[in-house]
Every structure is written in structure tokens, then in C-alpha cells.
Write a protein that binds this ligand. Structure first.
Ligand code: F6P
Length: 546
């Protein structure tokens, strides 16, 4: 069990408050001028990733004070507890062993490691059989398409990895259905032939409404195409920790791959939950993906605090959330194939750290996980970057930048890179009133017009941002990147004193959803009476059905 920790009660907390208020009025550009080694010394390397955190409202003293906070939190022991399989998920009494899913040696966790290896071998067989055209459906035709049905952690990770590694795809087309809106499944099935389609029902609990509803509809689609009940075994697999529910659904145990209660859904892409992406990219590339994450785990376990990339990024998150009042964090991948990264990171960080009580259950008097959002560059530049540059809210940014492209169009890629570096610099330097006036003067405006327009051209700058770059987006660097954010999330949770591995907050909506459904189905005997607004909306739905 991890010792409890309260951020605001630490001696480092008040020291950090004083340092933050001093730095509030500092200029990041001046910090560069005052420290000639800054561009070099505020960077880190790990597992093929390069972090440049020099464009932050942070000097060496503030960095030391943040590292002292990590020391007061006993971060080293906490990291060991996580990686060593201690029950760090204290409300559910479980370890959180996503790192074991990509490990190549068992450490002290031989039993669990054996289970992981056995699951990996089965995944490999499916990935190889499908990619070599040896898996056939009920009519004898080769399976050409795989549809992953899952939601949340059973969708976002595999979907991101499949998208991001398009240059590594094999012969099978992989699709994803998550939403209970029937249009999601319908649109996907429109393109597919049942005789050549394999469904993977991905649900750790095998109780998730959306996934079960879509799975039943997929089964009917298959049966209506002429497949018999016995044929379904050739077209459905499940990934679950609830074998009983999966067999009740009609799946044979040999068609089910395991998940374990010691892996959280949002941390599960490395397990059989990643089967759809392993099929998409082939086993060798999936292993490289695991290998990249394992390298990040090794770095996380062994790097000194000051050189530990996930820890440094977490300290920056706490710095802005708790000492500068930043309520959000922006992730901007300058790589189109990473456009789903913000979605994945939203679940990872907000389901993990969107908590208002400490791990031991008392209400916290400080902010925890910020809202995370973002999109692929350069799209946001023509949309929300206005707010980043001139809005009233502080939005720390992570730019993610692969330095080469798989497209072969390096000239065009140069433009993408230029935009990324320009945005990072523009956020930092801004534009002074003097520069704004000079620009307007150059445009030939008179003094009255210049005075009227100059305030609108001023960008205050000093908007903190990091650049995480890599030589290329490969399975290995993608694995390292996702593991980096997982460990950053863990460290921040430790500094906030919360449990990042449960998600009690999502349950109430599910319970009320069942009650509303009962009412919409005309079951007024069991359906609860709701508030007046919900009653009116339910009535509107009933009226629309007439
Ligand atoms: O409702 C939230 C959640 O439980 C997530 O934590 C999880 O990733 C998702 O639903 C899907 O759960 P399952 O894999 O059990 O279907």
C-alpha cells in the first residue's frame, strides 16, 4: 500500500508558491538570455524520444524545488511499488501491471508473466494466420476484414495504434466500432462481406452496454447472411476477463483471449486488447511497439529524478495546475497519423486523474487532473490556436514531432515541421506593442489607426510549451510515447495523492441510463420517476416515435 500524500501539506508546496509568483512576471525569453546552457540543459532523451522543456516558465531553482517535491512524495518508492506489482490501486486492492504486458523478463512476477506470454503466443498465431490468408470464414473464403467492437480502453488504444502505424499495415483491413449509435456499426458493415469478416469483441468486463449491443447486432448480421450458429466460431473472438459472460453470449472458451483485473482498461493496449492492431501491423511490428514501451519502463525505473522524462513532465503538469491555475493541457501532434492521440490521452489522463478525493478518501483542497484536449497540427492553427496565443487562459502545450515522414514527400513535410517550430516559438515570444506598432506602420497606416489596432496585434507570449520529438514515428517510438504518458499520469496522481487506477465516477451515469431506458421502453412499473426536465425530454422522445 502506498503511503498517503497531500500536496498542499508539503514543505515544498509553499516554496513552490513563492517561486511561481516570482516567475509569473518573468519572461521565458529572458530566462534563455540569462542562462546560455538552457537550450541544452532543459532537454532529456529516453527510449528514442527527445523532450525539450526549455520553453517553460521554469528556472533552475524552480526545477530543483519541483524535484524536491518529488523527493518528499517518495517518488522512487512509488515507482518501484507500481512496477513491482504492489496493490497501488488501493480502492480495488489490485496492482496495475501494464508494464508487465510489455516486459521481456518476469522480475519477481513469474506467474503473471507466464500468463502474459501465453496470451502473446495466442495473439501471434492470430496475427500470423490472418496476415498469411490462412483464416477462412464459413463459406471457405479468406478473412480480409477485422472489426474490433469495444469502447473506452477497449477501443481508443488499438484504434490509435492502428491509425498511427498505417505505413506498417499488412494485408488485413481493421475497422473499429465503438458508439452505441447504430450508425457506427451500420456505416462500417456497409463496406464489408460477412463471409470474409472477423469480429473481435473487446470488453474487459463483458458488461458494457454499447459493446454488447453492437456485438448482438453484428451476430444477427452474420446469421442473416446465411451463416449458421455453428459458423459463428469462425467469425467471433472475444478479449475479456469475464469468460463466463462471454460463453453465455455464445463464444467458445477457445475463442476467448484473456484480460486480467490487474490491468486497467485504459492501460490495456499492450495486452490481447491490442489484438486488432497486432493483426493490422503484423506481429513483428507489434513486438517492436511493446519493445519501445519496455525501454520507457526501464528508463522510468532507473533514471535519476532530474533525468526522468515521465517524472519531469508530471512535475510540469503539477507546476501549472497547482501554482499557475492552469485548468487544461493541450497536446498537438504534428503528424496526421497521430490525430487520435488526444482522444487516447483524454481517457488515460482524465479517467485516471479526474478525482476530487485523495486515495484515502478525503476531499482535496487543490486542483487535480486538468482537461486535456488537442488535435493534429496544422489544423488547429486555423481554429483554436487563436485562444492559445491571445486568450485569457493559460494552456500549456505539448507538441509531438516526428522529424521524418513515411510519405516520401519530404518537401511538404518540411512545411509541417516549420509550422510546428514556428508555433512553439510564437507561443513563447509573442509580439510586443512596439513590434505591433512597427508592423502597422510598415503597412502604411496612420497614427490614429495604429493606436486603434495595435492592442489587437499584441501577443503576450510566455505561453509554456514542450516539444517531444523523435527521429521517426515507428512502432517502437509510438510504444515509448504512450508509455511516457502513462507514467507521467502515474507520477501526477502520486503528487496529488489520488488513485489513478479506479473510475467510480462513470458508474452513476450508467445506472441512470438503465433507469431511463426502462422508461423509454414503456416500463413505468420499474422505471424511476425523474426530475421535471428529464421527464419532458423523455416525453419528447416518445412523441417523436409516433
Ligand atoms: O465506463 C468506463 C469504462 O469502464 C472504461 O474504464 C473502460 O475502458 C470502458 O468502460 C470499457 O470497458 P470494458 O472493456 O469492460 O467494456
Amino acid at each position: 500500500m502506498l503511503p498517503s500524500f497531500e500536496l498542499s501539506a508539503q514543505p515544498a508546496f509553499s516554496a513552490l508558491q513563492a517561486l511561481a509568483s516570482a516567475l509569473c512576471d518573468a519572461s521565458i525569453e529572458q530566462l534563455f538570455n540569462a542562462d546560455s546552457a538552457r537550450a541544452q540543459d532543459f532537454t532529456l532523451e529516453a527510449a528514442g524520444l527527445h523532450l525539450d522543456y526549455s520553453k517553460h516558465l521554469l528556472d533552475r531553482s524552480a526545477r530543483d524545488a519541483l524535484l524536491e517535491l518529488a523527493r518528499q512524495a517518495g517518488m522512487g518508492q512509488r515507482i518501484n511499488a507500481l512496477l513491482g506489482g504492489e496493490p497501488v490501486n488501493n480502492t480495488e486492492g489490485r496492482p496495475a501491471l501494464h508494464s508487465l504486458l510489455r516486459a521481456t523478463s518476469p522480475g519477481a512476477l513469474q506467474d503473471k508473466f507466464d500468463q502474459v506470454c501465453a496470451a502473446r503466443s495466442r495473439m501471434r498465431v492470430y496475427a500470423d494466420t490472418l496476415n498469411t490468408g490462412q483464416q477462412r470464414g464459413y463459406s471457405g473464403e479468406v478473412i480480409t476484414d477485422v472489426v474490433n467492437i469495444g469502447i473506452g480502453g477497449s477501443d481508443l488504444g488499438p484504434r490509435l495504434v492502428t491509425d498511427a502505424l498505417k505505413p506498417f499495415h499488412g494485408s488485413v483491413s481493421v475497422h473499429y466500432v465503438a458508439n452505441v449509435d447504430p450508425a457506427d456499426l451500420q456505416d462500417t458493415l456497409l463496406e464489408l462481406n460477412p463471409a470474409t469478416t472477423l469480429f473481435i469483441i473487446c470488453s474487459k468486463s463483458f458488461r458494457t452496454e454499447e459493446t454488447l449491443t453492437n456485438s448482438l447486432a453484428a451476430r444477427n448480421w452474420m446469421l442473416n447472411s446465411g451463416a449458421s450458429a455453428a459458423d459463428l466460431a469462425k467469425h467471433f473472438l472475444a478479449i475479456t476477463s469475464n469468460l463466463e459472460a462471454a460463453t453465455e453470449f455464445g463464444l467458445a472458451a477457445e475463442n476467448c483471449l484473456p484480460m486480467w483485473d490487474w490491468v486497467g482498461g485504459r492501460y490495456s493496449v499492450w495486452s490481447a486488447v491490442g489484438l486488432s492492431c497486432a493483426i493490422a501491423v503484423g506481429w513483428e511490428h507489434f513486438e517492436q511497439f511493446l519493445g519501445g514501451a519496455e525501454r520507457m519502463d526501464q528508463h522510468f525505473a532507473s533514471a535519476e529524478s532530474h533525468a526522468n522524462m515521465p517524472l519531469l513532465m508530471s512535475l510540469l503538469e503539477v507546476w501549472y495546475s497547482n501554482f499557475f491555475g492552469a485548468g487544461n493541457h493541450v497536446v498537438l501532434p504534428y503528424d496526421n497519423s497521430l490525430q487520435r492521440l488526444p482522444d487516447f490521452l483524454q481517457q488515460l489522463t482524465m479517467e485516471s486523474n479526474g478525482k476530487r478525493v485523495s486515495a484515502d478518501g478525503h476531499v482535496l483542497d487543490y486542483a487535480t487532473g486538468p482537461v486535456l484536449w488537442g488535435s493534429a497540427g496544422t489544423m488547429g492553427q486555423h481554429s483554436f490556436h487563436q485562444l492559445l496565443h491571445q486568450g485569457t487562459r493559460l494552456c500549456p502545450v505539448d507538441f509531438i514531432l516526428p522529424l521524418t515522414t513515411h510519405t516520401g514527400m519530404s518537401e511538404q513535410h518540411r512545411l509541417l515541421v516549420a509550422n510546428c517550430l514556428a508555433q512553439s516559438r510564437a507561443l513563447m515570444v509573442g509580439r510586443s506593442e512596439q513590434a505591433a506598432r512597427a508592423e502597422l506602420q510598415q503597412r502604411g497606416l496612420d497614427d490614429t489607426q495604429i493606436t486603434r489596432l495595435a492592442p489587437h496585434l499584441v501577443l503576450p507570449g510566455n505561453r509554456p510549451n514542450s516539444v517531444i520529438s523523435m527521429a521517426a514515428l515507428t512502432p517502437a517510438t509510438l510504444g515509448a510515447l504512450l508509455a511516457l504518458y502513462e507514467h507521467r499520469t502515474f507520477c501526477s496522481a502520486q503528487l496529488w495523492g489520488i488513485n489513478p487506477f479506479d473510475q467510480w465516477g462513470v458508474e452513476l451515469g450508467k445506472d441512470i441510463g438503465v433507469q431511463v431506458l426502462q422508461r423509454l421502453s414503456g416500463d413505468s412499473a420499474t422505471g424511476a420517476v425523474m426530475d421535471a426536465a428529464t421527464e419532458r425530454l423523455m416525453q419528447a422522445w416518445q412523441d417523436a416515435q409516433a
